[in-house]
Design a protein. Structure first.
Length: 367
């Protein structure tokens, strides 16, 4: 299918400029984009007995050099990888990814051993064979799945599935009375090594489950599984229930403790805010008080102004010294009723009358 015109133009522009995605050059180590042809990208990989093989064409195995250079689209390099794939995990997926990317044009066939073979040669599995088949089917790197795969690969099996190379890690796999079950594959030049993912394996996962058995048993009992389904005795069942209750009480106490700490922290924060606000208000109040009642405050100026106004209102204004003096006219005398004597006078009037010779006499007295 032809790519869109815009993508072709962009790719030409990148090649012309000598830069890759996001402005990176070829020296940055960014791998080129490759087209994906795997059926597992959109639907589960088919089983080998469901795939039709054209046996009319002769089977000629490609060499390693031819596979590395790249084969035609109608002749992909058929790579086979086998295993138990119990508790399918990222280590399995990474191994299959490496097998898929061994050559530019790879068709990956994955063989999964049955429960009978696995239990005889390796041990009991957690998942049954149908679950393991289904898990491998849904791996994006797988193109075809072989059910009930053989424990040791025979020339007949390799020819039946037209296998060019067998992918597996390079560590010798001792089993079925052999030091390395892939020894004859390596001698035939059909072995393609992959790298193991350290830190994860089916045995590691099972070890974790066994180590934390009590935790998982309690969890499943809480989720509704019965003690019989978990193969737990009556005493252990009661013990797990008691531990669950104790853990709930501990959790409640811890929650209360955390909430109390949060409450105390909030109270401390609020008290600090209140103290800061109180200090600010107290400083403001003291400043206003000093501004009003201090030695040079507004109240002192107000009192000084009021005192000046009161003194000015109480004391009369003095007459100017340059103004002329006027003699006072004597007040008119009058006669006391039924008396011919003059009214008593004040010492000042008496002195003034003595200095004068004449007296004022009314008309009645003249008569």
């Amino acid at each position: 299918m032809e790519p869109p015109t815009s993508s072709r133009l962009n790719s030409r522009k990148r090649r012309k400029d000598g830069s890759g995605p996001n402005g990176a050059t070829e020296l940055d180590g960014i791998p080129p984009k490759m087209s994906r042809r795997s059926l597992g990208l959109r639907e589960p990989a088919p089983f080998s007995d469901e795939v039709e093989i054209d046996y009319s064409k002769p089977y000629i195995r490609v060499t390693y050099e031819e596979a590395v250079r790249g084969t035609p689209l109608d002749r992909p390099v058929r790579v086979y990888a086998d295993g138990i794939f119990d508790l399918f995990h990222s280590g399995h997926a990474r191994a299959l990814m490496q097998a898929k990317n061994l050559f530019p044009n790879t068709y990956l066939i994955v063989g999964v051993c049955s429960d009978e073979l696995t239990h005889n040669f390796k041990g009991f599995t957690v998942m049954n064979e149908n679950e393991r088949y289904d898990a491998v089917q849904h791996c994006r790197y797988v193109d075809e799945v072989v059910r009930n795969a053989p424990w040791t690969l025979t020339p007949e099996f390799l020819a039946e599935h037209r296998i060019d190379f067998v992918a597996h890690d390079d560590i010798p796999y001792s089993s079925a009375g052999s030091d390395d079950v892939y020894k004859h594959i390596k001698e035939a030049g059909m072995f393609a090594p992959t790298q193991r993912t350290e830190g994860i394996s089916t045995s590691d996962i099972i070890t974790r489950i066994v180590r934390d058995y009590d935790v998982y048993a309690r969890r499943n009992l809480q989720r509704g599984y019965t003690a019989k389904e978990l193969n737990v005795s009556f005493i252990n069942e009661k013990k797990y229930h008691l531990q669950e209750r104790v853990d709930k009480v501990k959790k409640r106490v811890k929650d209360v403790e955390e909430k109390s700490k949060e409450f105390v922290q909030k109270v401390e924060e609020k008290s600090i805010d209140l103290i800061q606000k109180w200090e600010e208000k107290s400083r403001e109040f003291i400043g206003n008080f000093l501004e009003m009642f201090g030695p040079e405050g507004a109240l002192k100026h107000m009192l000084k102004e009021g005192k000046g106004r009161m003194l000015q209102a109480i004391s009369p204004k003095q007459s100017p010294s340059s103004s002329p003096t006027h003699d006072r006219s004597p007040s008119p005398s009058f006669r006391w009723p039924f008396s011919t004597k003059t009214p008593p006078s004040s010492p000042a009037n008496r002195s003034r009358n003595e200095s004068t010779v004449t007296y004022d006499i009314s008309e009645d007295e003249e008569d």
